[in-house]
Design a protein around this ligand. Structure first.
Ligand code: ADP
Length: 258
């Protein structure tokens, strides 16, 4: 049941009446479940043909089968990129449907933030250097969180990957951890393009991407939706603060070890 309570005030502003609406949402839940199962099934069905298409294209490109001319090569390169895009989409959809259906078990442990930060930046060191972007982690002073190391590393990796797309030469991407009361605040801050105000809430929804997003090739519009699910499964929240032309700060909260 969905419960909706509305107080009703009289002319003097006194509340004498409260209207409570109970709405049976069993049907909505069933539809939602069917939708998730369908998406998961379709994604699984895409996996095998995509793998063989990818293999075929790679073999043709590597010229093991025979010589190809420049024009043919260009067409194959486009097909390869599209294949990679579809592969990313299938991976993301499967991850999301697993999380949504509660199939993913989180492995909670006390983990050093330093360890998470190191694992998260490692895959991007070369790319950041090539782009002339300064990728740095703030001193974490032995801070620890109670979390699933792999899942949280995935979230930060996704945030850094995004940040690198919207930053260029001379920009900075910084990872920060700040203990506030019983929570740890972890942020990925960039000095890149920023996100227009009207998109700041929407980007955490599935398939939402900002305006003329330049990364149509590899982006799926699912990264932040998955990140939100992962953080909420940890009992935390995720949000963004951003200013167009100045950059973005994505922050999420995690529990501290007991
Ligand atoms: P995608 O696969 O497109 O990156 P995400 O869910 O990760 O999907 O991100 C959604 C959209 O949010 C992106 O397409 C981009 O427009 C915007 N976005 C995310 N991170 C940043 C950032 N650091 N700076 C500017 N825009 C961003």
């Amino acid at each position: 049941f969905r419960i909706n309570t509305t107080p009703v005030s009289d002319r003097e502003g006194n509340t004498n009446l409260v209207v409570t609406l109970l709405e049976d949402i069993t049907h909505l839940k069933e539809v939602d479940q069917m939708k998730s199962e369908f998406v998961s099934m379709v994604s699984h069905e895409f996996r095998t043909p995509l793998t063989s298409m990818n293999m075929g294209i790679n073999m043709l490109l590597e010229e093991n089968i025979g010589e190809i001319n420049e024009e043919q090569k260009e067409l194959l390169e486009v097909a390869k990129e599209d294949c990679e895009h579809l592969n990313n989409l299938v991976d993301d959809l499967l991850d999301l449907s697993k999380i949504e259906s509660g199939e993913i078990d989180l492995e909670f442990d006390a983990v050093a933030v330093k360890k998470i930060f190191e694992a998260s930046i490692q895959p991007f060191m070369t790319q950041a250097e090539e782009q002339g972007v300064d990728l740095i982690t703030e001193e974490t002073n032995g801070l620890e969180v109670y979390a699933d190391f792999n899942k949280i590393t995935w979230v930060i990796t996704n945030l850094i990957g995004n940040a690198l797309r919207y930053t260029g030469k001379g920009d900075k991407i910084k990872l920060l951890a700040d203990k506030k009361g019983h929570k740890m605040h972890i942020s990925v801050a960039d000095t890149g393009e920023g996100i227009p105000k009207e998109y700041r809430h929407k980007i955490f929804k599935k398939f939402v991407r900002v305006g003329d997003d330049k990364d149509e090739e590899t982006g799926t519009g699912l990264g932040l939706a998955i990140s939100k699910e992962i953080i909420e499964a940890h009992g935390g929240r995720i949000w963004v603060e951003s200013e167009v032309g100045e950059g973005s700060i994505f922050t999420f909260t995690l529990k501290l070890p007991k």
